[in-house]
Design a binder for this molecule. Structure first.
Ligand code: WTA
Length: 650
């Protein structure tokens, strides 16, 4: 393990609190003993096959459960199904059309109640809209929307006709959108005029227009009216969603898809500048997310489930759209920020809708801690029965706060570890079975095999190392769009035959897994993966900047904060605010460095590699260890002085 994680290992090592599942929770839980683990251990293929046939509706059965030629997996080959049919039609056919699928709440307080029958009707119409715009099976469709129900409609409509969606988070800049559209060569873009955030309308269509100037593959743009802000519509190319929907015919049969047909691409940061288009397919992915959503969240028919993620991230794909809808769940979907109009917005929503299962990110929990326990205390949270977290390691202090002030000591917490690449949850407690420890994601789920490995790839049975997944799983990524070699290099070359997750992990005396964050140069800011290289490229694209080095420094609120060291071109001058805004324009506000330090030189090894470990130490105010490998050691002491003097930006 790298030095940077030494502290984390020590700090977590002292945790000895235990939380067995509460008796009244166990009384109604789906999984309460180790039988499911034993079944999966005995024959994992048979176990997954049972999940696939019990939880999903297939048009044709598969001929083979798993075909595994490292690193290429085919799950349920020969099987045919449609994802939208599994998420919608079958629930309506079973008589559950009037069940609420989505309680949607806009940030200004407007609401929509959407039943399964409503959602199916909307998806059938929009599927016909897409077809009328020339979208055929296998074509890519980009989605750039706020958190409105049309985001789910757009995704499900693609799935219904066999088109491949690529959702780009609405907070990303036009440049990021253009890069992703061009990489996927998408034919259609679905966006909105704008959406609500912090009490104001943020414009999406103008950002999309900027991107569209450099995206020749896009033939049509569909625009949902949400913000009411003024937009320019290019005749022939741009169309209003509501106008197309009025003309569309209401019925659209679902396309039969092969289990291994591509369902979506989702771009995620890698260690080099270019984002990776992670590929997910149909049958295995849906099996994985439906299974995990059902058992990790112990879903019951009367639950009101709420995941606070954005559909632009994998959590929104798997645990707002596909998992919950395939399970026929009733959920809350909320458009805006947690502090509008007040810091208690989330607790107000929990109270009003009677939310029973609440799934959020550690960074949000730490923010709630800052705002104070009186915010949740002012609301009736007695409907809650289960809490979840995802996105980064949760520190025991935040876990305890969540347990005490949101769960009121009553609700189990599922700390769920997974990645864009894994498709669904891999390591997590089963809330009716697993005794939890604050800060530990506990064990691999039934059907999943995880190990901690040392540098040489030897299994670590106690202590720290690298997390690896040692058996294929149905929701696993099937590749990186357009770059098979990078798929092999990134995930399958570090340890032969095993998937390298890029995370550090530690096993304690009881065999519990403790996740330790990224071991590569990807930062985790508020649960979002941002590569240091991407931010560096953005900084260097400013004419005044000669060179930049970016590191993630531990931050109480956001997990990691982006700290940049910048050296300017001779004679050039630029201020910190300008550079921060430049990064926001290039990548998105989410990647704005919290602090920028100017330095005449960056600390480098003699071979010219930037010493990130040192820069992290500087950023985190630590004593520096060995600096003898540096080309010029005085660079660092200079930087330390600057770091000690300069206040951080908000
Ligand atoms: C981190 C999000 C510790 C981890 C679903 C992983 C976590 C990366 C946890 C994936 C957790 C996610 N405990 N770390 N419970 N969940 N991570 O692709 O570093 O946005 O590799 O997927 O988030 O981020 P991604």
């Amino acid at each position: 393990m790298s030095d940077a994680h030494g502290d984390t290992i020590d700090a977590l090592g002292h945790e000895d609190r235990r939380f067995p599942p509460p008796a009244d929770f166990v009384a109604g839980a789906a999984v309460t003993d180790a039988a499911m683990r034993a079944e999966a251990l005995a024959d994992s293929e048979a176990f997954w096959a049972r999940q696939a046939s019990e939880l999903l509706t297939w048009q044709e059965p598969w001929s083979r459960v798993l075909d595994w030629q490292v690193p290429n997996a085919r799950w349920f080959d020969g099987g045919r199904l449609n994802v939208a049919e599994n998420c919608l039609d079958r629930h309506v056919a079973a008589g559950n059309g009037s069940r609420v699928a989505i309680h949607w709440e806009g940030e200004p307080g407007d609401t929509r109640t959407i039943t399964y029958a409503d959602l199916l009707a909307e998806v059938e119409r929009f599927s016909n809209v897409l077809r009328s715009l020339g979208v055929a099976k296998g074509d890519r469709v980009n989605i750039y929307l706020p958190m409105i129900p049309e985001a789910a409609v757009a995704m499900l409509s693609c799935a219904r006709i066999g088109a491949v969606h690529s959702v780009v988070f609405g907070g990303f800049s036009s440049q990021s959108l253009a890069d992703r559209i061009n990489d996927a060569e998408a034919k259609v873009l679905i966006t909105a005029d704008g959406g609500y955030r912090r009490g104001e309308v943020f414009a999406l269509k103008p950002a999309a227009d900027e991107a569209l100037a450099t995206t020749p593959s896009i033939e049509h743009v569909v625009v949902v009216r949400r913000g009411g802000n003024e937009v320019t519509m290019q005749p022939g190319r741009d169309h209003w969603y509501h106008e197309l929907m009025e003309e569309a015919s209401p019925s659209c049969p679902a396309e039969g898809m092969d289990a291994e047909d591509l369902l979506f691409l989702l771009y995620t940061s890698g260690t080099t500048g270019k984002p990776k288009g992670i590929m997910h397919t149909t049958g295995g992915y849906l099996t994985h997310v439906t299974y995990t959503h059902r058992y990790v969240f112990d879903l019951r028919p009367d639950d009101v489930y709420w995941c606070t993620a954005d559909v632009g991230w994998i959590t929104g794909h798997s645990y707002i759209v596909y998992g919950p809808l395939a399970n026929g769940a009733t959920q809350v979907m909320y458009e805006g920020v947690p502090n509008h109009p007040g810091n208690d917005r989330f607790w107000d929503i929990v109270e009003r809708y009677g939310v029973t299962i609440f799934y959020t990110a550690p960074t949000a929990i730490r923010t709630f801690m800052k705002w104070g326990a009186e915010e949740p205390a002012a609301h009736d949270l007695s409907s809650l029965r289960l809490l979840g977290t995802v996105g980064e390691p949760i520190n025991p202090e935040a876990w305890m706060w969540y347990h005490t002030h949101i769960g009121q000591g009553r609700c189990p917490i599922v700390d769920t570890w997974w990645q864009t690449e894994t498709g669904g949850i891999m390591i997590s407690p089963l809330p009716g079975e697993t005794t939890t420890k604050p800060g530990s994601a506990t064990f691999a789920l039934p059907g999943v095999s995880a190990e901690v490995l040392d540098d040489a790839g030897q299994v670590v049975t106690h202590g720290g190392g690298y997390l690896a997944l040692t058996e294929p799983w149905p929701g696993m990524l099937r590749g990186i769009w357009g770059d098979p070699q990078r798929f092999v290099d990134t995930y399958w070359s570090r340890f032969e035959g095993r998937y390298f997750a890029g995370d550090g992990a530690r096993l304690d005396d009881d065999g519990y897994l403790w996740l330790l964050g990224r071991v590569d140069d990807v930062m985790n800011v508020s649960g979002h993966r941002i590569s240091t290289t991407e931010v560096e490229s953005a900084l260097v694209s400013h004419p005044a900047v000669a060179e930049a080095a970016v590191v993630g420094a531990t931050d109480d609120t956001t997990g990691q904060a982006i700290v940049a060291y910048v050296s300017l071109r001779g004679g050039a001058d630029v201020d910190v605010t300008t550079l921060r805004n430049h990064v926001a324009t290039e990548i998105g506000a989410i990647a704005k460095p919290k602090a920028i330090f100017f330095t005449p030189d960056l600390p480098k090894t003699r071979s010219g590699k930037i010493m990130r470990r040192l820069l992290r130490d500087v950023a985190e105010g630590r004593d520096l260890g060995d600096t003898t490998t540096l080309a010029d050691a005085s660079v660092v002491s200079e930087l330390q002085q600057r770091a000690a003097q300069a206040p951080a930006e908000d």
